[in-house]
Design a protein around this ligand. Structure first.
Ligand SMILES: Nc1ncnc2c1ncn2[C@@H]1O[C@H](COP(=O)(O)OP(=O)(O)OP(=O)(O)O)[C@@H](O)[C@H]1O
Ligand SMILES: [Mg+2]
Length: 387
């Protein structure tokens, strides 16, 4: 009888201990994963609601109750995400302590909210990754500014020389015509004298076009690098940005595929944010798509449009696909399956943070050996309620 009293007292002491414990504790009956008791701290955090299935993501909840059911030894320092307000996710660090008495068993679930800590860590990682990128851009800026200076000099003198050549040509042309009138049609460099007045100007114009393209490309590239070092916000036409990226990557696209297509929806609403970051995002995704192709016959397709109050950019490739086993890691910084070919593993990590800066979402669907579709949804910008 005395022993029984002691045991009853011990039960009460156990509950008191749980109540004054520094962290939230929930006591489970493991077989039916029923909550038997919660201390104040747990109630404060979880509310009076004893149904945790709405508190966790479905698949994580199923794992969690299985863990409780099978808990016969202490499980420490596990993490689980939970639903916070406004669709935001939080993270709990938790431990499970099974307490067995005769053939009766309870499981104590104790946890800490480590969301802020993780967010801070994440912020730090993101800043570091941005610093690495800024550093790279600074050295690229140095190189491109001297290359563009050289190239623009050469382009200028080529254009000047062509102008002189054109004047010379005008004079020579008169002589050719006089000669032709006296002696009849003749060949110059395999071209008939009667055609030469059309052919030579056309050749010269194509040379000028070529020079202009070289100079524009290098200017575009410089602008891209320069703007990367700024962080201004602008109203952006996504089609314009995608077109520019396609021009910048034209050569890469040609190397990786002979099957590149785009399909832009015209008249899309504009978005607001940093143009350079959006360019960087599309470059990352387009390069990933191109690098996944096993041969030049496989294709890459880009489209833009509007869906569910968001504008979207979709990049679809017929590449190797992403194996299911690595899917959970692809957004991790420095995760890459391409280290040997120069990958840094920062592409998707930074892309995700850029999409978040824009207030958008990224979704990736992939099937091994078939290809990958990456879609970015971005909120558009309304001026006086219109776009
Ligand atoms: N379109 C895709 N097709 C197949 N695998 C992809 C695709 N996009 C990403 N991946 C996989 O995800 C990994 C991470 O991509 P991420 O862009 O972050 O880094 P990376 O391309 O390896 O390097 P970096 O972009 O820094 O040059 C890649 O190494 C690759 O395994
Ligand atoms: Mg990449």
């Amino acid at each position: 009888m005395r022993i029984f009293q002691k045991e009853a007292q011990l039960g009460e002491i156990f509950l008191k201990f749980i109540d004054i414990y520094s962290d939230p504790i929930v006591v489970f009956e493991p077989e039916r994963h029923e909550i038997l008791y919660m201390n104040q701290k747990a109630k404060y955090f979880l509310g009076e609601n004893s149904d945790l299935s709405t508190f966790f993501q479905k698949d994580e909840y199923l794992n969690f109750i299985k863990l409780i059911k099978d808990c016969h030894k202490i499980e420490e320092n596990r993490v689980i995400s939970f639903k916070r307000n406004e669709d935001k996710k939080g993270v709990l660090l938790f431990s499970l302590y099974p307490v067995a008495y005769d053939d009766y068993r309870i499981v104590c679930f104790t946890f800490k909210d480590i969301t802020e800590k993780i967010n801070k860590k994440e912020e730090k990682r993101r800043k570091n990754a941005q610093l690495i990128l800024q550093d790279k851009l600074k050295s690229v800026d140095l190189v491109t500014s001297s290359i563009s200076h050289e190239i623009n000099n050469i382009c200028n003198f080529m254009v000047n020389n062509l102008k002189i050549t054109f004047q010379v040509w005008n004079d020579i042309f008169t002589i050719i015509k006089e000669y032709e009138d006296e002696n009849g049609e003749f060949l110059i460099g395999g071209i008939s004298s009667s055609e030469i007045d059309k052919v030579i100007p056309r050749l010269m114009i194509s040379v000028i076009d070529g020079i202009t393209r070289i100079s524009d490309t290098i200017d575009d590239f410089r602008k891209y690098v320069k703007e990367g070092l700024k962080s201004e916000t602008a109203v952006i036409d996504i089609n314009e940005v995608v077109r520019r990226v396609v021009t910048i990557l034209n050569h890469h696209i040609f190397i990786y595929t002979e099957n590149f297509n785009f399909n832009f929806t015209e008249g899309l609403p504009k978005i607001k944010g940093n143009v350079q970051k959006l360019e960087q995002l599309i470059i990352n995704l387009l390069m990933n798509a191109l690098q996944s192709l096993p041969n030049r016959q496989r294709g890459v397709f880009i489209s833009t449009g509007i869906k569910l109050n968001k504008v979207y950019i979709e990049i679809n490739d017929e590449g190797a696909g992403i194996p299911k086993s690595i899917m959970p890691y692809i957004y991790e910084p420095f995760f890459s399956t391409k280290y040997s070919s120069g990958g840094s593993g920062l592409g998707l990590y930074l892309s995700k943070s850029i999409v978040e800066d824009f207030g958008g979402e990224i979704s990736i669907h992939s099937e091994e050996n078939k290809g990958t579709t990456v879609t970015i949804y971005l909120p558009y910008f309304l001026e006086n309620g219109k776009f």
